[in-house]
Design a protein around this ligand. Structure first.
Ligand SMILES: Nc1ncnc2c1ncn2[C@@H]1O[C@H](COP(=O)(O)OP(=O)(O)OP(=O)(O)O)[C@@H](O)[C@H]1O
Ligand SMILES: [Mg+2]
Length: 617
């Protein structure tokens, strides 16, 4: 039921090794695909060898033409051979490209898989500091740059080397090796220019990619928040702030284009010195010492084009490799990110949890918690015991720390030695993460659902789930009838490509997802706020069965949601302000009592009175 299509890729040993390593990835890949690259190399070698034959034939044709009685049939033969050659070259080129460019694509697939896996291991803190757009840029644009270097780049390496060797030999044989060597006098200048430019290209390209990340971040955010943008009539000002980012990106691109624009012509310019040397000294050889024929001279000028090409290609190649390197650097930065919430290795074996099932006792011991030191403590000195099977409700004003309690229970954040949070009398950090989270059914406050089918969304659990379990969960959450009314029922697509559910329907889908998981601990973070009172009471009734067996933490603002709980905890500015049953808290006449009075009046007289949810009155 859990969609695991797409993971059908056969993994050979090197792929598994590649998956595990985090350094020298390009080198590892090239090594593992050595045979593939060798074949590519051979195809291109053949292409280049054959390419050199053509100028040689042209030279021979010219010499034939200069004869007293040129043989026309011989020239026709030459033409046929040149034509046949071009067909063979085309075929070999195709095979070479397929082999080497295919390797680039394979690298892409493997890296994207690695990136995705890495992203899923990272903790919340990472996602708070990095924008989605930036992460997207990394897995699209940066990987593309690396792919180009490793595919096109590799193709150019073999082309460059072979072409250089072949044309040097051919030239040396046609004229003299002395003249051929002379042609290379400008080479050191060429290498120096490439080296200098290479460093600049690397730096500039990194900047381009960084800026592009910001740009995609901006676009992503505006599309995600399109409703807010429209309703606040912010289109124009958002456009303006987009322009700023777009401009910064443009500036970076222009800088890069300047470097690139200067680089290639400069390489061509330096290479043209080679041409000058040949024309002068080659011409001399024809006229003065007559050591070569005119045909040889013409062939040599064709060779030199062949020879200048690899030099120019080397320039392009270097640019490509530098861009790939810059992007790979950005990718490595991500690989170096360490998740801060991890299993404590030294404790993992000490914890003996039968069948990985927790009983569901939760205990807060003098717990203090801060998201960051600057903003101070969000939870202060919390002491509370929740026994297995109990239902405990958390109430309190906005920002009083209710969701923080659930964040800590699923260990999205750690509580470093400032009090303790125990589950089944074990420090939460000592319970293997998989076990801990596998034992908690969590309904987040933001009702997040995936753009997939309803069946996929409700069955979204670490364990395989059958249809009955999914249906049962849907019934408990009072969403079954809604699903049955949809034309595609369980196969209905949600989200971007499918139907959009109402806020209340979404909440119930999220409840169904958590209920289906059948975990001993349930956390409902404000997840009944968007359903009407009647539906709420229906859901609560069917949840009773769920609740009586499990430890339930219900975060809510409505008295009707929390009044039957075994214990109600009122948080105020991170502290436990009141704790007790419904009756006990009414007697106390504090926050709970006030909320009760307001909500009671609201029910009696309809709307008009301020909801208890809101800042402290
Ligand atoms: N990821 C975070 N990083 C830093 N501060 C945070 C983070 N999440 C919440 N806070 C802060 O912690 C405090 C408690 O937030 P929390 O989400 O627990 O409130 P809440 O009681 O659930 O409120 P609400 O009723 O609005 O859901 C708030 O002051 C909030 O600004
Ligand atoms: Mg909250």
């Amino acid at each position: 039921m859990n969609g695991n299509d797409g993971s059908k890729m056969k993994d050979s040993k090197w792929v598994r090794d590649f998956e595990k390593s985090n350094d020298k990835l390009v080198l590892r890949f090239l090594k593992a695909n050595g045979v593939r690259y060798l074949f590519g190399f051979l195809f291109f070698a053949a292409v280049n060898l054959l390419q050199v034959v053509t100028p040689r034939l042209t030279g021979d044709i010219i010499d034939e033409l200069y004869k007293q009685n040129p043989d026309l049939s011989l020239i026709a033969k030459f033409a046929i051979v040149i034509f046949a050659l071009s067909i063979v070259i085309m075929g070999l080129q195709f095979l070479g490209r397929l082999t080497v460019l295919g390797a680039g694509t394979l690298f892409d697939v493997l890296m994207r898989r690695k990136l995705f896996r890495k992203l899923l291991t990272l903790s919340m803190n990472f996602f708070h500091k990095k924008s989605i757009g930036d992460i997207m840029a990394l897995s699209v644009n940066d990987l593309n740059a690396v792919n180009r270097a490793i595919g096109h780049g590799a193709m150019m390496v073999s082309n460059t080397i072979i072409l250089a060797v072949v044309s040097i030999v051919a030239m040396g044989e046609t004229m003299s090796y002395k003249l051929t060597l002379m042609i290379f006098i400008p080479l050191p200048l060429l290498v120096f220019t490439m080296y200098k430019f290479g460093m600049v290209i690397n730096r500039k390209f990194r900047k381009v990619q960084d800026r592009f990340g910001e740009l995609s971040g901006k676009v992503q955010e505006n599309i995600a928040g399109i409703r807010v943008v429209k309703s606040f009539v912010r289109e124009e000002s958002e456009q303006k702030s987009f322009e700023k980012v777009n401009r910064a990106n443009y500036d970076a691109e222009v800088e890069m284009a300047l470097v690139n624009g200067l680089f290639m012509p400069l390489i061509s310019f330096i290479s043209s010195f080679c041409y000058l040397i040949l024309i002068y000294f080659g011409g001399r050889s024809v006229i003065v010492d007559q050591s070569i024929s005119i045909g040889d001279f013409v062939a040599a000028t064709s060779y030199i084009t062949l020879l200048i090409r690899p030099m120019q290609m080397l320039g392009r190649l270097l640019g490509m490799v530098q861009r790939g390197k810059a992007s790979m650097g950005r990718i490595y930065d991500l690989f170096e990110e360490k998740p801060d919430i991890v299993d404590h290795k030294f404790n993992q074996n000490d914890v003996d949890i039968k069948d990985n099932k927790l009983k569901g006792k939760i205990e807060f011991k003098k717990l203090n918690f801060a998201y960051n030191e600057k903003n101070g403590d969000v939870l202060k000195d919390i002491n509370l015991v929740i026994n297995p099977g109990e239902t405990v409700a958390f109430m309190g004003t906005v920002g009083s720390g209710k969701s923080t309690v659930s964040n800590l229970l699923i260990r999205l954040f750690d509580t470093p030695e400032r009090g303790q949070l125990l589950i089944d009398d074990m420090d939460i950090a000592d319970i293997p993460l998989k076990t801990l989270r596998g034992n908690i059914g969590y309904i987040p406050q933001d009702n997040f659902l995936f753009s997939d089918t309803i069946r996929y969304n409700i069955g979204f659990s670490p364990d395989e789930m059958n249809d009955e379990q999914i249906e049962e969960a849907a019934k408990t959450s009072d969403i079954y009838d809604t699903i049955m009314d949809l034309p595609d029922q369980w196969e209905t697509m949600l989200g971007e490509k499918g139907v959009n559910l109402s806020g209340g329907q979404k909440q119930r889908m999220c409840i169904a997802r958590a209920v289906a998981k059948n975990a001993p601990i349930m956390i409902f973070d404000d997840c009944l706020s968007a359903v009407d009172m009647e539906t709420e009471s229906r859901i609560l009734k069917s949840l009773k069965d769920v609740q009586s067996k499990r430890t339930c933490i219900i975060i809510a603002h409505r008295i009707s949601t929390v009044k039957d709980s075994d214990k109600i905890v009122v948080l105020h500015k991170g502290r436990v302000a009141e704790v007790g049953t419904h009756e006990e808290l009414l007697e106390k006449q504090g926050y709970y009592y006030k909320s009760y009075r307001i909500q009671l009046l609201e029910q009696q007289y309809g709307v008009g009175l301020k909801d208890a949810k809101g800042e402290k009155k």
